[in-house]
Ligand binder design. Structure first.
Ligand code: SF4
Length: 444
């Protein structure tokens, strides 16, 4: 490989979950610290970072086709870095198969992207997929930007080893970032304009930390401390595991006004046999009982979940149990996917692959049930008032888009600005968004 001129502009393309979005923002901050600028819309970037997701079906193949398509207007290739979970899982193969790639960097090593760039400038290709716990966060620059709603990764990795999931292999063992670092990063985000912070982790409610006085905190303690920041108005967290829900976290939903009434708690299946085969270590009943406890302290809480249909061996009767669970919960939102094997996971070796046509049909039925409940949840809000955090302009003149406390997308017309918290009356509901009438402009 010949030496490349030092890139001046970059583009980070993040795929997949919110944690990848957070990582993408941090990589952009690192590159900005190195004196680079984001490429303007429609313009070529000297460096493209593909921040990949391994959850996508045929994830690696899609990365190769993305790499193949990357070209500048003059036909030359930009400098290419592959980051994220595909980089972690298949880095060596990417280097072997895609000579256009100069850098492969795993999700726990991207703080060393500037060093890899220096190597690329000398014509060296380099891979870094180490997993040094917490070192990454110590090495990252201070937060630069924050929209009204910001992400803050508090925990990474997972020790649960659900049999279908690659995360324990690509993101490593659970680590919690130190409490003091999180407080400092949250303050910085709020100083930069964040009014809402979503705490992120593969298993966010496994977070644990220690105050300067040596008190151990769980996620609920962190939430209570962050709620003391005067200019922070909203706190959310995702994604949780049912087994790590604590009484303190449930209580926080009833006691901390700034903690939004929304809970994303994946269940994956309504069948106990399937849940056991998935190594989920909860049952359908224990999951429902947990939701009841949240509802007891916060009756208006919006519930969200994740589902996999067609896990190996799933029968029609077991799928029907999933539909029954959905009926019992009445989700405000949910994500559902067809099972697809991930190499290296125990489920990929299991017998009983469900035929694709059966999976398709089950997914359609599940999504119809979820959409029905989502629409019902939105329709039940019509006529009520709530606060909306304004996130961006809409397509129409004078239109603004934002989020309700229940994470519904809301649009309205009136005087507002990005970052405002306005009071609206919800007037019309579709499955994915609501119209509203502005009642009271911005909260100072
Ligand atoms: S808890 Fe979530 S991240 Fe951890 S193994 Fe299971 S599905 Fe993957």
């Amino acid at each position: 490989m010949t030496a490349s001129p030092t890139p001046r502009t970059y583009r980070v393309k993040s795929f997949g979950c919110q944690m990848n979005v957070y990582d993408g923002e941090r990589m952009a901050e690192l590159l900005a610290d190195k004196g680079m600028a984001p490429a303007a819309d429609g313009e070529d970037a000297d460096l493209v970072v593909l921040n990949t997701c391994h959850i996508r079906e045929k994830a690696a193949e899609k990365v190769y086709s993305d790499i193949g398509r990357l070209k500048k207007a003059d036909g030359s290739k930009p400098l290419i870095a592959v980051a994220g979970c595909v980089a972690q899982a298949e880095g060596d193969e990417i280097m072997a198969r895609a000579p256009a790639v100069s850098m492969v960097v795993g999700p726990q090593a991207y703080h060393r992207l500037p060093e890899l760039l220096d190597k690329a400038a000398r014509g060296e290709r380099a891979t870094d997929t180490d997993m040094p716990a917490n070192a990454k966060f110590d090495a990252l620059p201070q937060r630069r930007r924050a929209g009204p709603s910001a992400f803050l990764t508090v925990q990474e990795g997972c020790d649960k080893f659900c049999t279908y999931c690659v995360v324990p292999y690509t993101r490593g063992a659970e680590i919690s970032r130190p409490y003091a670092d999180l407080l400092a990063e949250a303050e910085r985000l709020v100083d930069n304009g964040a009014r809402e912070i979503t705490l992120l982790g593969q298993n966010v409610n496994a977070w644990t930390g220690e105050t300067a006085k040596g008190h151990t905190l769980g996620l609920d303690g962190l939430i209570r401390e962050l709620a003391k920041l005067p200019d922070l108005h909203r706190i959310r967290y995702t994604t949780s595991h049912p087994n790590d829900v604590t009484p303190g976290l449930i209580a926080a939903h009833g006691e901390v006004d700034k903690l939004m009434p929304y809970l994303h708690l994946p269940v994956q299946s309504g069948s106990d046999r399937v849940l056991k085969a998935m190594n989920r270590s909860h049952t359908a009943d224990s999951y429902l009982a947990l939701l009841d406890r949240f509802r007891a302290v916060r009756p208006d809480i919006a519930l969200s979940g994740d589902f996999i249909v067609g896990f190996p061996g799933e029968t029609d009767a077991e799928f029907a149990e999933t539909l029954r669970l959905v009926d019992a919960v009445g989700y405000a939102a949910a994500f559902s996917f067809k099972y697809s094997p991930r190499p290296g996971t125990p489920a990929a070796e299991m017998d009983g692959m469900v035929p694709m046509t059966v999976m398709d049909e089950r997914l359609q039925r599940l999504q119809a049930a979820i959409n029905r409940d989502q629409l019902a949840f939105n329709q039940a809000s019509i006529g009520t008032t709530c606060q909306v955090l304004v996130e961006r302009k809409g397509k129409h003149p004078g239109q603004w888009l934002g989020k309700s406390p229940w994470l519904q997308s809301v649009h309205f017309i009136g005087e507002a600005a990005v970052g405002d918290l306005v009071t609206v009356e919800l007037t019309e509901a579709g499955p994915n968004s609501l119209s509203a009438r502005l009642l009271q402009p911005a909260l100072a």
